[in-house]
Design a protein around this ligand. Sequence first.
Ligand code: NDP
Length: 489
Amino acid sequence: MSEEQANIGVVGLAAMGASLSRNLAHHGNTVAVYNRHYSRTEALIAEHGSEGAFIPAKTVEEFVSSLAKPRTAIIMVKAGAPTDAVINELADAMEPGDIIVDGGNAYFEDTIRREKDIRARGLHFVGCGISGGEEGALKGPSMMPGGTDESWKTLGPILKSIAAVAEGEPCVTHIGTDGAGHFVKMVHNGIEYADMQVIAESYDLLRRGLGMEPSEIAEVFAEWNKGDLNSYLIEITAEVLGHKDAKTGKPFVDIVVDQAGMKGTGTWTVQTALSLGTPVTGIGEAVFARGLSSEAALRDEAASKGLEGPDPEGAFAEALKDDESRKAFIEDVRQALYASKIVAYAQGFNEIEKGAKQYGWDIDLGAVARIWRGGCIIRAKFLNRISDAYDSSETFGSLLFDPFFKDAVAKAQTSWRRVVSKAAEAGVPVPMFSSSLAYYDGLRSKRLPAALIQGQRDLFGAHTYFRVDESGAFHTLWAEPGQKEIEQG
Ligand code: NDP
């Protein structure tokens, strides 16, 4: 074993851990590496050992003793029980003041629990969201670490050395204490679902509505990528739609089974939003749309039962009239996509704000938008506008109040409404476009029908209500003659 000590260690050398170790070594760090089965460690050193300074270890004890103090180790193993097992092994071998980092996709409440346990043992625990997949881990991810200020002093420079760089700034910032980093990573993934769903709905309208070929739609997305929508997801959409299947020569998108998978972070985002009472309708629709896509048997059953729908051609006749009308409809869809995307981000950032309040985190929303500009799946130019919005004091309550976004949605709304009504008329599902529009209209309504719901609740359950003209809670004696109102303390 080398006499040299490592300034950082990585435990778990599968796809993510190996890439992260190499990235660390490429940037001048001396990296201790350990994996439960030594074969992975050997393979990493054999294939990439010459890329930088690595110290391979066969046991946890050997790994820990190769680290300089404060010993800092990033865990990149399977989420759940394996992560708990590795945390305990490391904590047993480490000393007070050392830092254990979980770089996996942990649920933030698990991170809160783990941080508390590890803190009680005198060590630091950092839950760090890492976005960008294997390529990001190797070439520069976007990272969202939680944990103490003290651990950030040691870890910050190391993470900054390997993060993606956007406009000269590293895509990493100290998000907040305990579970804050994994919370923000969770919402990032939820927004990613929403971003992908609005793109999918746009594609569906152009395909089913205008009858365009995937290769033609690829050109539309490539064009959109030059403007406000410029982003990694729009860019890869053009690539996927332009791709031809090598076996059949057919458009690739036509040979793929139309059932979208998911690993669970989108679901966590929605479950958490429900418990916080903050509406993330866009993310919710995106998760449910994947759910419906995967209900293959139910959809087959629906087809066999011949569930009735409208005549789509009739609904799109106007848009198909001539070239100019087609172009106008494509522009309407672009505007609908843009407005729905703004709503989804506004809702996602509101969830982060609500979470921060609930769990006592001081999260800088402008900084969150900045570290998402590079390295991660939702990276986009648009995030500069979001960071500007949160850096200014005008965006209290919602991103939709920021002058830039308020104006963008105001300009888009006529197109947006046309697209939603056309889709409904044609029977093409656009759950995100329509639910985002309903959220926008709900938000700007002076009075909502919730007053009626409150009346119903009081009638059947004596849940009481507030009056618009008096303070205090009231209940009406609905069953009694005269239905007298009484004040309820
Ligand atoms: P996997 O999730 O496939 O996990 C494999 C690694 O976990 C191997 O190193 C394996 O060791 C180790 N492991 C499994 N069980 C145990 C155990 N009981 N004790 C010790 N080690 C164990 O690896 P990935 O590289 O795909 O992901 C690592 C983490 O990063 C996961 O938490 C994942 O959620 C997260 N992540 C993944 C992303 C991705 O795009 N793949 C993106 C962002 C985060 P062994 O070789 O000995 O079996």
